[in-house]
Design a protein around this ligand. Structure first.
Ligand code: SF4
Ligand code: SF4
Length: 126
C-alpha cells in the first residue's frame, strides 16, 4: 500500500532555505489574489531564480518565505504547486527530520484521492 504524508501545517518548509519557483500562471493567480497587477506583484514579492530561468518568491531577511504570516501561508488558496506537492510528490533524503507530516499507509484509491485534494494532481502509485 502507498504511503501518504499528511501535512501538519508546521510551516518548517516555509522557513528552510531554498527557492519557491513560480510559473507564469501562478504569478497571474497570486497577483490577482493579492489585488495587485502582475508588474507590482513581481516587483514586491519575487526575485530572479538562481538559474536565472524564471522567478521565485522572495525571502524575508530571516530566510522565511515572504508569504509566511503569523504561522500561516498568506496565499494558501493559490499557493505555488511546488508548495502543494511537498512532501508527497517531491522531497529530499532526511526530510522527515524536519517535516512533521504524518506518514499513513492507505489504499491505492484513497492515495490517489488524497493526492488530488492536496496537490490538484493525478498520479498513479507505480
Ligand atoms: S507560498 Fe505559502 S506554502 Fe509556499 S513557502 Fe510560502 S508561505 Fe509556505
Ligand atoms: S509539508 Fe511538512 S514541513 Fe511543510 S508544513 Fe506540512 S508538515 Fe510542515
Amino acid at each position: 500500500m502507498p504511503v501518504f504524508y499528511e501535512c501538519q501545517r508546521c510551516t518548517a518548509c516555509c522557513r528552510w532555505p531554498g527557492q519557491v519557483r513560480l510559473t507564469e500562471l501562478e504569478i497571474t493567480r497570486i497577483a490577482a489574489f493579492r489585488g495587485l497587477s502582475e508588474h507590482d506583484f513581481i516587483q514586491q514579492f519575487t526575485r530572479l531564480r538562481a538559474d536565472r530561468q524564471g522567478l521565485a518568491l522572495m525571502d524575508k531577511p530571516n530566510g522565511e518565505c515572504v508569504f509566511l504570516e503569523g504561522g500561516n501561508c498568506a496565499v494558501q488558496a493559490v499557493k505555488p504547486q511546488q508548495c502543494r506537492d511537498f512532501p508527497n510528490l517531491w522531497n529530499f533524503p532526511g526530510f522527515e527530520q524536519t517535516c512533521r507530516a504524518v506518514p499513513k499507509l492507505v489504499a491505492e484509491e484513497e492515495y490517489r484521492r488524497l493526492l488530488r485534494v492536496m496537490t490538484g494532481r493525478e498520479r498513479g502509485t507505480t
